[in-house]
Design a protein around this ligand. Structure first.
Ligand code: PEP
Length: 250
């Protein structure tokens, strides 16, 4: 049985004050959604505050990115071992904004996935097609290629502690959500690609859906057989909305 995970990607939003308030709101309602695992992904600079505020609670936290290197002359980068110092459980790798705005190739993403695992962080591997790719009918080819890059580098066993997030790029921050049937189709495809190498492991890997998830559409999405939770951007900045999404997964 896969426990659902609802993860909030705060992106480059928030301030010390707004984050304190947001976490207070989430903490106040967390016990009502305890069937679901809750995770938040603040900007790096707030990890320390988030760790202090969430310490001892049921909510876990992670980072939005990490360097593929463990240390060294990489100005402006943050390494996996540093994230361990702040108690991160997870780290996002290959978010579409990293792939498109910062030129992260499938190979770089795979190396980041490896760097996370090496220090015991659970990677949340984000995959997804653009609108153009969907319209060309190559969604499965694109998602399959993104997944295969990690399988080639790290092997199927590396997914034992990992999470996958299917995030169609055309649905991220656009208010346009994939239908539950569209999402389920890709989730099933991802699971089948893993199952071709290890059916037992594939049945245990959590695959989240991301792309304009809100309280109002989460129920339908999270009810699908292969959708094991949500990676939530905009709506995760509102405690009530974030908790409503989690409630939909209970
Ligand atoms: C995201 O940033 O991963 C995301 C899915 O954003 P949004 O929920 O705002 O579409």
């Amino acid at each position: 049985m896969r426990r659902k995970l609802v993860a909030g990607n705060w992106k480059m939003n928030g301030s010390a004050g707004s984050i304190r308030e947001l976490l207070q709101g989430i903490l106040a309602g967390a016990s009502e959604v305890s069937a679901v695992e809750l995770a938040v992904f603040p900007p790096f600079v707030y990890l320390d505050r988030v760790a202090q505020q969430l310490e001892g609670s049921s909510i876990v936290w992670g980072a939005q990115n990490l360097s593929e290197h463990a240390s060294g002359a990489y100005t402006g980068e943050v390494a996996g071992p540093m994230l361990n110092d702040f108690g991160c459980a997870y780290v996002l790798v290959g978010h579409s904004e990293r792939r498109t705005l910062y030129g992260e190739s499938d190979q770089i993403v795979a190396r980041k996935f490896a760097a996370a695992r090496k220090v015991g962080l659970k990677p949340v591997l984000c995959v997804g097609e653009t609108l153009e790719e969907r319209e060309q009918g190559i969604t499965e080819a694109v998602v399959g290629r993104q997944l295969q890059a990690v399988l080639d580098l790290e092997g199927i066993s590396s997914f034992a502690d990992a999470v996958i997030a299917y995030e169609p790029v055309w649905a991220i921050g656009t208010g346009r959500t994939a239908t539950s049937a569209q999402a389920q189709e890709v989730h099933a495809f991802i699971r089948a690609q893993l199952a071709a190498q290890d059916p037992v492991l594939a049945s245990q890997v959590r695959i989240l859906y991301g792309g304009s998830v809100k309280g109002s559409n989460a129920g339908e999405l999270l009810a699908m057989a292969d959708i094991d939770g949500g990676l939530v951007g905009g709506a995760s900045l509102d405690a009530k909305e974030f908790l409503a999404i989690a409630k939909a997964g209970c």
